[in-house]
Design a binder for this molecule. Structure first.
Ligand code: MG
Length: 264
């Protein structure tokens, strides 16, 4: 069921999303080579809790037999890991890595969700282009996140842009509505046909999240039941924001003013 948020709920969504924006502001400052992914997780969890929020990913259960609930506060996926990497005290961030972080904060019963791929030290031009294209893919989709359009318009814009740049979108995972639940309807694939899918309405809150692979689109799941990697070992990037649909257009809720001011 697609939920339309009223003004009170929109204010609560804003608050949860603001927490996520502030987590990224903090991680951007603190991420560095030599740090374990667990340390990064601790920084994020501390920040969320200091702002009165709970890390919603912690204990998240996908309900598949044999897959334990997610054990950490954020997902940290390095290089060829696409999404859902589990933070670990034994896993270290190295110079030249690209590090995708996905954070969901739950505050006063509402969720905010965003992802960023951080650059650690010096990376190749092609890796930087992957990150830039992934971010731009979100904005290409956002252009269509307007009242009266359909979800497929967003999907189509993201998929065609990514493929025009020579990269692949992940097909097995997708964006989603968000609110009281981390994952609500509608699903928002990163590919598809324009003019299809549910009609976009004011009061929807949508997590739009291109997941982009440098090489082939195929993915594998590791035996931990969570971590998704590229099959061909090529790099992957992730960029996500929670967006409010208003009658005057989309509003990104999971960005600080400073981050918004850097958008071209
Ligand atoms: Mg997310």
């Amino acid at each position: 069921m697609i939920t339309i948020k009223n003004n009170k709920e929109i204010e609560l969504m804003r608050e949860a999303c603001r927490v996520v924006a502030l987590v990224y502001e903090e991680l951007e400052k603190k991420i560095k080579p030599g740090m374990s992914t667990w340390e990064l997780d601790q920084i994020a969890e501390k920040k969320m809790r200091s702002l009165g929020a709970i890390p919603a990913e912690k204990g998240y259960d996908i309900g598949i037999k044999g897959v334990p609930p997610f054990p950490a506060s954020i997902c940290v996926s390095i290089n060829d890991e696409v999404i859902h990497g589990i933070p670990s005290k034994h896993k270290f961030i190295k110079e030249g890595d690209i590090v995708s972080v996905d954070t969901v904060a739950l505050k006063n019963g509402y969720n905010g969700d965003a992802a960023r791929t951080f650059v650690v030290g010096k990376i190749s031009k092609e890796a930087q282009r992957l990150i830039d294209v992934t971010k731009q893919a979100f904005f290409e989709g956002l252009k269509y996140a307007k009242v009266g359009n359909r979800i497929g318009d967003i999907s189509h814009a993201i998929g065609t842009y990514v493929e025009s740049q020579g990269f692949s979108v992940v097909r097995e995972f997708q964006g989603h509505g968000i609110g009281k639940d981390m994952h609500e309807d509608p699903g928002i694939p990163n590919y598809g046909k324009a003019g299809r899918g549910p009609r976009i309405e004011a009061g929807m809150t949508l997590a739009i999240e291109p997941m982009v692979i440098q090489g082939k689109p195929d993915i594998l799941e590791l035996s931990d039941g969570w971590t998704i990697v590229t099959e061909d070992g090529s790099l992957a990037a992730h960029y996500e924001n929670t967006v409010l649909i208003t009658k005057n257009g989309p509003e990104i809720l999971t960005m600080t003013k400073e981050e918004k001011s850097k958008i071209k």
